[in-house]
Ligand binder design. Structure first.
Ligand SMILES: [Zn+2]
Length: 471
């Protein structure tokens, strides 16, 4: 994502707590309710406890003319405790039926929580299958920083984007980045429309009733905020990078000419990223370019970032690509760790520039300290307003310090340990946490161990210090 202006209002949706008593089935298995949130420091109701999802199979039928979505979500999960009930996050829409292990299950809804009570308690360790039939007109929701996410309609289509919690507007799930799963997303749309999602296109089929079904498959784990579905009359182009990564670009025709330049270098960027950060973590790459002004930001949706209108610059394409390593493969443990996404993606932009005859990272670091907007216009931003590893609230997780001071923290490490150890650290971090989750404490411990340097002062000043850091 791109940095956002600091917010006007901080309205965190607070769903009412739902108290449930454990149902005793009379047998030896006695479960208790799974938690209705994971106590994320900024989004405490996001996600749910008691299970981890292994796979989502979403079968969605969408009509752009009236905005109606009808879907079935099949969620395969593993119980981490005995469960008498468990929750999924779902905002709006109508639930028509829920089945667990093939048997009808009772369910009820409070706020954004869908509580499911299986006919029989689930055992700890049991892998269970939940099917949810649902539908309605999905909506967008407002973030604490005032921006919009969720399901957003365009003139002739729609897009689902979910950072941090918008995915619950279009499918039920365990919507917290700490629960990553593989996905199959099948989208059926009227003939003449393209439907795009993460991963690879397995099939494109004309249905008997004159619609087109697109089956997308994501074999690598994905945090649910990175899932996307885009429907529109896109112009699709495909190709491959030099090392064979498949590229799939879906571009709003009106934006095609302006997108051509920035997207042309994507294959080269994938190869460059692989040389800097280690092997590209996914089998596919690409982009979805939406009609102009669909969103107030670009988002690094897994394998295919979405852009609102043509990407404004090559650096923006590089930034969203860099997230595929930092954020998408190595995902944050909580929303407090957002600088591990954004500081790294911003630093990747600095490195790309340095490696291609542009401003060096050192010159950019100095420009930020001096407020020199001729070198980087963001040097004039409020990058020192708060410590990047401790944003004051949920409205700040996409604020300037998370990006620029986060990148500066990485550059400080580079200054202390030298280039060889620094680039080894970046590659090691991406490799050792590949397709996993990691938090700030994991990073600081890892950096010290990997480089053999005591970096406490860097953390104290750049990640956690309240004042404006001084060199
Ligand atoms: Zn970003």
């Amino acid at each position: 994502m791109e940095p956002r202006a600091r917010s006007r209002s901080a309205v965190t949706a607070a769903a009412a707590l739902l108290a449930l008593t454990a149902a005793c089935t009379g047998g030896t298995v006695q479960g208790r309710p799974g938690a209705s949130g994971l106590r994320d420091p900024y989004f405490p109701k996001a996600g749910n406890g008691g299970y981890q999802v292994e796979h989502y199979d979403l079968d969605l039928d969408y009509d752009p003319a009236d905005g109606q979505l009808d879907g079935t979500a099949v969620i395969t999960a593993r119980a981490e405790q005995g469960l008498s009930s468990f929750n999924l996050d779902l905002a709006g829409l109508r639930v028509e039926a829920v089945r667990v292990q093939g048997a009808a299950a009772r369910y009820n809804r409070t706020g954004n929580e869908l509580t499911v009570r299986p006919a029989e308690d689930l055992k700890k360790g049991e892998v269970f299958r939940t099917e949810i039939d649902y539908g309605g007109r999905p909506k967008s929701l407002a973030d604490p920083d005032g921006s919009e996410e969720g399901w957003i309609r365009t003139e002739d289509g729609a897009v689902g984007v979910g950072e941090p919690v918008g995915s619950m507007t279009w499918f039920p799930g365990n919507h917290h980045p700490s629960d990553k799963a593989t996905y199959d997303i099948t989208l059926t749309v009227p003939q003449g429309y393209e439907a795009v999602s993460n991963g690879e296109l397995r099939s494109r089929t004309a249905t008997d009733d004159g619609r087109t079904e697109f089956a997308w498959h994501s074999p690598e784990p994905m945090a649910s905020y990175l899932a996307t579905a885009a429907v529109g009359k896109f112009k699709v182009t495909t190709g491959r990078t030099a090392s064979g990564v498949a590229v799939y670009n879906a571009v709003e025709p009106a934006e095609a000419a302006a997108s051509a330049g920035p997207l042309a270098r994507l294959p080269e960027m994938v190869e460059w990223g692989s040389s800097r950060f280690g092997p590209y973590p996914f089998g596919t790459a690409g982009a979805v370019v939406l009609p102009e002004a669909t969103l107030a930001y670009a988002l690094e949706t897994q394998t295919k970032p979405v852009y609102s209108g043509a990407p404004g610059s090559e650096e923006l394409v590089l930034h969203e690509l860099a997230h595929q390593w930092f954020g998408n493969s190595v995902s944050p443990k909580s929303w407090k760790d957002m600088w591990l996404n954004e500081g790294f993606a911003t630093y990747a932009e600095w490195l790309w520039s340095e490696d291609h005859g542009g401003t060096t990272a050192q010159a950019r670091f100095e420009a930020f300290l001096a407020g020199d907007t001729e070198v980087d216009e963001e040097a004039g931003s409020d990058w020192a307003a708060f410590p990047p590893a401790a944003p004051p609230g949920p409205e700040d997780i996409s604020g300037a310090p998370v990006y620029y001071r986060g990148a500066m923290a990485l550059h400080r490490i580079r200054q202390v340990v030298g280039d060889e150890k620094f680039f080894d650290l970046l590659r090691g971090w991406a490799a050792d946490h590949r397709h996993g989750n990691a938090g700030t404490a994991d990073f600081t411990a890892y950096a010290q161990e990997r480089t053999g340097h005591d970096l406490k002062k860097v953390w104290d000043v750049w990640l956690y210090g309240k004042g404006r850091p001084r060199p």
